[in-house]
Every structure is written in structure tokens, then in C-alpha cells.
Design a protein around this ligand. Structure first.
Ligand SMILES: Cc1cc2nc3c(=O)[nH]c(=O)nc-3n(C[C@H](O)[C@H](O)[C@H](O)COP(=O)(O)OP(=O)(O)OC[C@H]3O[C@@H](n4cnc5c(N)ncnc54)[C@H](O)[C@@H]3O)c2cc1C
Length: 291
């Protein structure tokens, strides 16, 4: 197995184009497990860890954050907790400290597992994936169009993920995950909610309850129309309950070793109701503070 170690982004793109058999390697917390278990034996590994800009983030001219594919979860938690609270909450639940020090959001996107914890908050926050190839340059792929199937994403064979772009939160964001224990656990299912008060919009992401992470669009539209964005009036119990039902309807889960489809549907509804309760409480406090 060849080991390719570019030190610039241009070299990495060239190597990706030259060696279609090379598997990109960021933190290696998915790739190395697969190699150790002989799930795959690629002709080459394309190690991206010597490209410094991949492990940085910046605020772009349009105010959005541009977060390098190689920024580990630990730094998302430490440095982006205020700006991207939903993603930071999800990052806190990933693996263990060791995994959070190595594992990256870029790697989660590359793996595109339906259970990946970064996906629901990326969907709820309207993230856009920045993909690039030597031949065609940069392509921006909305998160909602990025996940194509179980562990399949929209990257072309010669593309790498350079970064993702996401606006800093302007309203409350929450992430909730059900697992069979409290830590070091793959999600049985998960749910992310983001309120976007400026546009009176709601974002959602459902994880591990369908072949791909996905938004619960009917739930988003229903809630956006029902919320009292101006006055911050208390939530009607019927609104909470209907939001939960619509979120569950967006799921198309399977029975597997981690949980049954029926349990997952139920849990998605519960998480949707709970995250809504937490987010709306925060929002009401914001409205009160501004009054
Ligand atoms: C013990 C353990 C616990 C875990 N717990 C969790 C958990 O709780 N939640 C969770 O979501 N995941 C978990 N994982 C899985 C893994 O940590 C995450 O998916 C992580 O985000 C992978 O990031 P990485 O940088 O290590 O990716 P890598 O292993 O380096 O790569 C993952 C995939 O992405 C591709 N890739 C990497 N970088 C790029 C790039 N720039 N462009 C294109 N493709 C790229 C690789 O080729 C590979 O297919 C766990 C793994 C382990 C071993």
C-alpha cells in the first residue's frame, strides 16, 4: 500500500486525480478501523494531515464560517461552541476524548454514515460542503444534497472536501442523541433543531433513522408557521406534539442490532419535542431580554 503525503492542497488534488485508488485519510478514526478489520485494502492512502489550512477555520466576507475539513471535534467544541452550538453539542457526543482529538467533521462527511453525529446539525444549519477537484475547481454542495445513500455521498472520484460553510447561529440550536449507553456509542437515532428567527425559519436534521441523514421538511414548515416569533408566547402542547409526529414521519428507519424501526420513530418524535422545548425556552428569554 502506498502512502501519499502531500503538503499543499494543490498537491493533494493532483494526487487525488492521479490515484483514483487512493483513500483520503484525515483523522483515520474510520479509515484505520476499516483497514485493521480488512474491510478494505486500498492501493494507497492519501494522508491530508500535513496540509495546515485544512485544520483551520475563518469567518468569510459574507459572515459565514468556513471550517476546514481537518478541524477535529475537540476544536469545534472549544472554538466554535458559541457560533455553531448545535454542531458543538453533537461533537461533544462523538466517541471519546481520543476520538474527538483525531476525528473530524470532514471525515464524518467523507464516511457519510447515516449515524454520523455531525450530519443532523449540518442539515439543520443549512451547511454547504466545499468540494474541490484539480480539473474543475470548487463545487458547493448543500448538505441536504450531499448524502446520497448508506455511506454514499455526492463527491466525484477526483474530489476532496476542503471545508464546510455555515452561518453562525442567530437563534437557539440543539442536538439530541439516543444511544445504548452514555458515551462511546453510535447513535440509535439523533435529531438536531435550529431556529432561524431572522427568516422565521426552522431547520432540522434526523440521524440514523433513514438510509441517509435527512431534514424533516414538513415538520420545519409546520413549526415555522406556528411559532409566535414576535411575542415568544408559550408553546402550545398540540404544536409540540404535531412537530414530533411530523419529525417521526420524515424517518424511514430499519430494525437492526441497535434498535427497532418502531423505537427509532418513537425516539425521533420524543427528541423533536424535547429539543423544541429547550430551544423555545431559550428563544423566549432572548425576546424578553430585548423587550
Ligand atoms: C471508537 C470510535 C468511536 C466513534 N464514535 C463516533 C461517534 O460517536 N459519532 C460519530 O459520528 N462517529 C464516531 N466514530 C466514527 C469516526 O470517528 C467519525 O466518523 C469521524 O468523523 C471520522 O473522521 P476522521 O477525520 O477520523 O475520518 P477518516 O477516518 O480519516 O476518514 C473517514 C472517511 O472520510 C474520507 N475523507 C476524509 N477526509 C476527506 C476529505 N478531506 N475529502 C474527502 N474524503 C475524505 C476518508 O477517505 C474516509 O472514507 C467513532 C469511531 C471510533 C473508532
Amino acid at each position: 500500500m502506498d502512502f501519499l503525503r502531500p503538503t499543499t492542497w494543490a498537491e493533494a488534488l493532483a494526487a487525488r486525480a492521479d490515484r483514483p485508488d487512493a483513500v483520503p485519510l484525515q483523522g483515520g478514526t474510520d479509515v484505520m478501523v476499516e483497514i485493521n478489520f480488512d474491510v478494505r485494502r486500498p492501493g494507497a492512502l492519501l494522508d491530508l494531515t500535513s496540509i495546515p489550512e485544512l485544520a483551520t477555520w475563518e469567518r468569510a466576507a459574507d459572515g459565514r464560517l468556513r471550517v476546514g475539513a481537518g478541524l477535529p471535534y475537540a476544536r469545534v467544541v472549544a472554538e466554535l461552541g458559541d457560533a455553531l452550538p448545535g454542531l458543538a453539542q453533537a461533537s461533544r457526543t462523538v466517541g471519546s476524548p481520543q476520538i474527538r482529538n483525531r476525528g473530524t467533521v470532514g471525515g464524518n462527511l467523507g464516511a457519510a454514515s447515516p449515524a454520523g453525529d455531525a450530519h443532523p446539525p449540518l442539515l439543520a444549519g443549512d451547511a454547504v460542503v466545499e468540494a474541490e477537484s484539480a480539473a474543475r475547481g470548487t463545487r458547493l454542495i448543500p448538505a441536504a444534497e450531499f448524502y446520497l445513500g448508506v455511506k454514499r455521498n455526492a463527491l466525484a472520484p477526483d474530489e476532496l472536501i476542503r471545508a464546510f460553510r455555515m452561518a453562525p447561529a442567530t437563534g437557539p440550536q440543539y442536538f439530541s442523541k439516543v444511544g445504548t449507553r452514555n458515551a462511546m456509542v453510535i447513535a440509535v437515532c439523533s435529531f438536531a433543531l435550529a431556529l432561524h428567527p431572522a427568516e422565521r425559519r426552522v431547520g432540522t436534521g434526523v440521524g440514523s433513522a433513514a438510509p441517509t441523514p435527512r431534514r424533516a421538511r414538513a415538520a420545519e414548515e409546520f413549526l415555522a408557521a406556528e411559532l409566535d416569533w414576535t411575542g415568544g408566547a408559550a408553546l402550545d402542547a398540540r404544536v409540540r406534539s404535531r412537530f414530533g409526529e411530523l419529525a417521526a414521519e420524515a424517518a424511514s428507519p430499519i430494525d437492526d442490532v441497535r434498535g427497532t424501526a418502531a423505537y427509532r420513530r418513537h425516539a425521533v418524535a420524543v427528541m423533536a419535542r424535547r429539543t423544541l422545548g429547550w430551544a423555545w425556552n431559550d428563544y423566549r428569554k432572548q425576546v424578553e431580554a430585548c423587550a
